[in-house]
Design a protein around this ligand. Structure first.
Ligand SMILES: Cc1cc2nc3c(=O)[nH]c(=O)nc-3n(C[C@H](O)[C@H](O)[C@H](O)COP(=O)(O)OP(=O)(O)OC[C@H]3O[C@@H](n4cnc5c(N)ncnc54)[C@H](O)[C@@H]3O)c2cc1C
Length: 337
């Protein structure tokens, strides 16, 4: 969505179409935690630039209102807890803030619908229930969509954890399913004693991983757990109320209840999950398709894609317009091709 909106923003004469397999937001972006982070899951990468400044600027230029707040993000752990840590939890031992980094949160639903509205308002065509079944190459790339062929001068494949054969990421990146829960509204006393009154999102620096954020001022979303998959198609039938996802959710709920006395007995009113894609060394994939130079593949943010999908999506749009080169990141042998 960001790429489509940005393409029309920079090239209003270009004809842009987005083909979405089911509904916009069906996968990660509609199930995300919405924490905005300054780097990739592999840290800073050569030429990455200032993700949060770029991300905020793109949302501003596209007039996307999505409750973006950047108060900072808290890294929490067991060792090196800061003397002024606002967080004092118990997670198999005392846990507190070890570091604060730039970061914050957005409202994922508002961001996604805002980007879709910006794309549509700028003149991009959006087709839902339009799965791309195949990509082949004549002189130009040709997409096959429900028996119809669409020839395009340039293509961006941003299909994340699904359609890995299409994006050429099968066997290169690992699809996973991760889980989250949301509490009922908490009182301001509960929020203060949890150390979350300032609304800063948090994540653990050691394992087992736990992340969370404040939503709507007084509800807390927590997330953790990975379901390992043999094939991305398992994502299509996963159900959070049975099997391994249900077990992981039960484990997460118990962990949350025991984190702090203020969380004991708190009701969890939403439970869900969604896909993430993890590539080699946790680096995002951002490269040209090995078989066709005008096809760009972007994704595998390893659970760090909220700000990156917008920031790199806009970068991909600039590359499609010939205004910018793709980055050359380690482990991405074809990036230089
Ligand atoms: C529970 C959860 C919590 C998360 N929390 C955070 C967080 O706090 N911070 C953070 O930075 N990241 C987080 N992430 C990760 C982040 O949400 C994702 O990295 C990001 O949303 C990926 O965006 P995307 O546009 O690349 O992929 P998606 O939003 O998954 O979009 C890909 C789209 O491609 C479509 N598609 C697939 N195949 C085809 C095809 N053949 N034809 C047409 N369309 C197709 C899908 O239907 C889908 O809509 C979280 C993810 C989950 C699941």
């Amino acid at each position: 969505m960001a790429a489509a909106a940005w393409l029309r923003h920079l090239g209003p004469d270009k004809r842009i179409a987005v083909f979405e397999a089911t509904r916009i937001g069906a996968c990660s972006s509609g199930h995300t935690g919405g924490m905005t982070l300054p780097e990739t899951a592999a840290g800073d990468l050569p030429g990455l630039g200032d993700v949060l400044a770029g991300f905020s600027g793109i949302l501003r230029k596209l007039q996307v209102e999505c409750d973006l707040k950047l108060p900072g993000a808290l890294e929490i752990g067991r060792h090196g807890i800061l003397p002024n840590s606002p967080i004092h939890w118990n997670d198999s031992g005392a846990v507190g803030v070890t570091r604060e980094i730039p970061g914050g949160t957005i409202d994922p639903g508002k961001m996604l619908s805002g980007l879709a509205q910006a794309a549509a308002k700028n003149g991009a065509l959006i087709f839902e229930n339009a799965p791309v079944d195949e990509l082949h190459f004549d002189e130009l790339p040709v997409l096959s969509i429900q028996g119809k062929s669409v020839r395009a001068r340039g293509v961006l494949l941003a299909t994340n954890a699904e359609s890995l054969e299409l994006s050429g990421l099968a066997g290169i990146a690992q699809p996973k399913f991760t889980l989250a829960v949301a509490t009922e509204p908490l009182s301001s006393e509960q929020m203060s004693s949890l150390g979350l009154a300032e609304g800063k999102p948090f994540y653990t620096s050691d394992l087992p991983y736990l992340w969370g954020r404040v939503f709507d001022g007084n509800r807390v979303i927590f997330g953790s757990g990975l379901v390992h998959l043999e094939d991305w198609r398992e994502l299509l039938t996963l159900n959070v109320s049975e099997g391994q996802p249900a077990e992981l959710l039960a484990h997460l709920e118990k962990r949350i209840n025991e984190l702090h006395p203020a969380l004991r007995g708190v009701r969890l009113i939403h439970r869900w999950g969604g896909p993430i894609l993890i590539a080699d060394k946790w680096e995002p994939v951002f490269r040209r398709h090995p078989e066709h130079n005008t096809v760009i593949v972007l994704g595998a943010y390893s659970g760090h894609g909220v700000a990156l999908s917008v920031y790199l999506g806009a970068w991909a749009a600039e590359a499609m317009l010939g205004k910018r080169e793709l980055p050359h990141w380690e482990g991405d042998a074809s990036a230089a091709a």
